[in-house]
Design a protein around this ligand. Structure first.
Ligand code: C2O
Ligand code: CU
Length: 552
C-alpha cells in the first residue's frame, strides 16, 4: 500500500448558523473537517497540531489499527490529550476496511466540531462489487449547538442534569432551508441526469439516530461501516451516530431540485420535538436549464418521528454481501459468552442541588458499572504493568437478574457502581455478546454500541427481554451484517460475535455522547498471542503525557 501524510491544524474559528455566531474548534478551518482518501492497504500519518485552548485527541472510527492501539485515540483509554501548543502524529493503518469510515475527536464533546470522512477505495487492481459509479460524494450529518457545548456539558455533569440533544442538525455543515436564518446556504449535490452517484453517508451527530431520504429518488444501500452489504433499494435509510452507509443514487428523475433531508426518529425528552428542529436539508440539484424557481420537492418517504417500524424494516434488510471476494467469517464455536445490560441510572445527590431524575444525578452503565476515566491512560498502565489504575473484573453477566424492560426495578439496579473495570480476553478468543437495553427510570432508548479495534457480526436482535432458550434459534450465521456500531433497539437486545485477533486496549461505548458522558462504556484488553506478529507494537516515542505525576 501507499503512505500518505496529512497535516491537521486544530484552531478556534468563527461560524454562523441559525442566526448565531460562535467560535468552534475545527480542523484546517472547515466544518466538517477534511476528508481522508486512501486505498485499502494504505497507511496514513496524520500530524495533529493543537492550536486550540484545551487538550484534544483524535480517533479513526472503524479503522481496526492492527496491534496499534497507540494511535486509536480515546482520551485516558489509549492516550493522554494533546495539549495546546503541542502536536502528535497518528499512524493510521488500513488493513481490512473498504468503503466509508470517519475520524473524530475523542475527548469531551469536541467531536461535535472535530470530525470528517474517511474514504477507502478498493485496493489497486480490485473493483467495487457493484458497477463503477459516475461520481461519489461524502454526506456528513452533524449537530449544531448555539452555546459552547463543552461548557454546557461540564456544568450539566456537575449538577447531574440532562444535556441538550442539539439545536439543529447539519448536512455537510449546513442546516438547510427549513431552519432559521439558513435559507440559501444549503449544501448542494450536483448531478447529471442518467448518471449514478455513490453517496458516502456519515452520522456524526452527537445524540440521535436519523432517517434520511432524497425526494423522488430511491437509494440502493451497498455498504456500511467499511463493509459491503447485499445491495437493496429503499426509499429511506436509518443511521445511528458512529455508523456510515454507502448508497448508490441514480439521477433518473426530471431535471430539477430535490431536497435530501434528515429527521430524528426518537428521543426520551418531549422538548426535543416541540418544534421541528429535527429536519436538516441539502439539495440534490440536476445540472441543466431551469425554467421555474419553485422550491425543491421535500421527500414524502422520510419516515415520521417515532416510526420504529420503518427502522426495523430497514434494519432487517442489512445482510453481508457474502461473496467469494468478500466472505463471511462468523465464529461458530464460542469461547467467551457475555450478557451486557445497557442502562440509564442515577447517582444519589450528594448535596441536595442535583437536577437529574428524582433530584439525583443522571448516570448510565454497562452491567451496572459506570466507567470512570483513570488519570493516566489504561493502555500505558497495561503496557507498563502499573497497578492501581484499573481492575480486571468487568463482569460477564449482570450481578442481579431482573425484568429489564418492566416498569419497576430493584433499587440497587437504579444506582450503578463507579470504577475502571476492564474485561480481559485471550488472543483469538471467540466472543459472543448480547446487549440488553432496559427501561430503568423510564428512560428506555436505543443505544448505538461501538467497539474500537474491531468490527463484529450482528447475528440477531429483537424487543423485550432476551430469551436464551429461544432467541439463538433465530441467529443468522450465514450472512449477518458486519458493523463497528450496532444499534440496540429501544427496550430490546442485540447479539454480536467476533474473534479477538487484535491485541491491545479497546474501548466499547454507546455513541450517544449524553450516555457516554454518564458512564455507558467499558474497556476490553486483548492479550498478546505467542509471536511478535500477534503482539502489541511498541509505543511511538512522542506519546502525549498526562498532567499527573507518575513514575516510569
Ligand atoms: Cu466514533 Cu469511540 O468512537
Ligand atoms: Cu446509549
Amino acid at each position: 500500500g501507499h503512505v500518505h501524510h496529512y497535516e491537521f491544524v486544530l484552531k478556534e474559528t468563527n461560524f454562523t448558523r441559525l442566526c448565531t455566531t460562535k467560535s468552534l474548534l475545527v480542523v484546517n478551518g472547515s466544518l466538517p473537517g477534511p476528508e481522508i482518501r486512501v486505498h485499502k492497504g494504505d497507511t496514513v500519518f496524520v500530524n495533529v497540531y493543537n492550536q486550540g485552548n484545551y487538550g484534544v485527541t483524535l480517533h479513526w472510527h472503524g479503522v481496526k489499527q492492527p496491534r496499534n492501539p497507540w494511535s486509536d485515540g480515546p482520551e485516558y483509554i489509549t492516550q493522554c490529550p494533546i495539549q495546546p501548543g503541542k502536536n502528535f502524529t497518528y499512524e493510521v493503518i488500513f488493513s481490512k476496511e473498504e468503503g466509508t469510515l470517519w475520524w473524530h475527536a475523542h475527548s469531551d464533546w469536541t467531536r461535535n466540531s472535530v470530525h470528517g470522512a474517511i474514504v477507502i477505495l478498493p485496493a489497486p487492481g480490485t473493483a467495487f462489487p457493484f458497477p463503477q459509479p459516475d461520481g461519489d460524494e461524502v454526506i456528513v450529518f452533524g449537530s449544531w449547538y448555539d452555546s459552547d457545548i463543552n461548557t454546557v456539558v461540564e456544568a450539566d455533569l456537575q449538577t447531574g442534569a440532562d444535556t441538550p440533544y442539539s439545536d439543529s442538525y447539519l448536512i455537510n455543515g449546513q442546516a438547510g432551508d427549513l431552519c432559521n436564518c439558513s435559507k440559501g446556504s444549503s449544501h448542494r449535490t450536483l448531478v447529471d441526469q442518467g448518471k449514478t452517484y455513490l453517496l458516502r453517508i456519515v452520522n456524526a451527530v452527537m445524540n440521535a439516530d436519523l432517517f434520511f431520504a432524497v425526494a423522488e429518488h430511491n437509494v440502493t444501500v451497498v455498504g456500511m461501516d467499511g463493509n459491503y452489504l447485499k445491495p437493496f433499494t429503499t426509499p429511506y435509510i436509518t443511521i445511528s451516530p458512529g455508523q456510515t452507509m454507502d448508497v448508490l443514487l441514480l439521477a433518473n428523475q426530471s431535471i430539477g431540485r430535490y431536497y435530501m433531508a434528515t429527521r430524528q426518529y426518537y428521543s426520551v425528552r418531549a422538548d426535543v420535538i416541540l418544534y421541528d428542529k429535527s429536519n436538516a436539508t441539502a439539495i440534490l440539484e440536476y445540472r441543466g436549464n431551469y425554467t421555474s424557481q419553485a422550491d425543491p420537492v421535500f421527500p414524502s418517504t422520510l419516515p415520521s418521528y417515532m416510526d420504529f417500524r420503518a427502522t426495523d424494516k430497514f434494519l432487517y434488510q442489512l445482510k453481508s454481501l457474502a461473496s467469494p471476494e468478500h466472505p463471511v467469517d462468523v465464529p461458530l464455536n464460542i469461547s467467551t459468552r457475555m450478557f451486557i445490560v445497557v442502562s440509564m441510572n442515577q447517582i444519589l445527590c450528594p448535596n441536595e442541588t442535583c437536577m437529574g431524575i428524582n433530584g439525583n444525578k443522571l448516570a448510565s452503565s454497562l452491567n451496572n458499572i459506570s466507567l470512570v476515566n483513570p488519570p493516566i491512560d489504561v493502555l500505558l498502565a497495561y503496557y507498563r504493568n502499573m497497578s492501581g489504575f484499573y481492575t480486571k473484573d468487568f463482569p460477564d453477566h449482570p450481578t442481579s437478574y431482573y425484568n429489564y424492560t418492566a416498569d419497576e426495578f430493584p433499587f440497587n439496579v437504579t444506582v450503578p457502581l463507579q470504577g475502571t473495570k476492564v474485561k480481559m480476553l485471550n488472543y483469538n478468543e471467540t466472543v459472543e455478546i448480547t446487549f440488553q437495553g432496559t427501561d430503568v427510570l423510564n428512560t428506555s432508548a436505543t443505544h448505538p454500541m461501538h467497539m474500537h479495534g474491531y468490527s463484529f457480526y450482528v447475528i440477531g436482535s429483537g424487543y423485550g427481554n432476551f430469551d436464551p432458550e429461544n432467541e439463538p434459534k433465530g441467529y443468522n450465521l450465514i450472512d449477518p451484517p458486519e458493523m463497528n456500531t450496532v444499534t440496540i433497539p429501544k427496550n430490546g437486545w442485540a447479539t454480536i460475535r467476533f474473534v479477538a485477533s487484535n491485541p491491545g486496549v479497546w474501548y466499547w461505548h454507546c455513541h450517544f455522547d449524553r450516555h457516554l458522558s454518564w458512564g455507558m462504556s467499558t474497556i476490553f484488553i486483548v492479550k498478546n498471542g505467542d509471536s511478535p506478529e500477534t503482539s502489541l507494537r511498541e509505543p511511538p516515542a512522542n506519546m502525549p503525557r498526562c498532567e499527573v505525576p507518575f513514575t516510569d
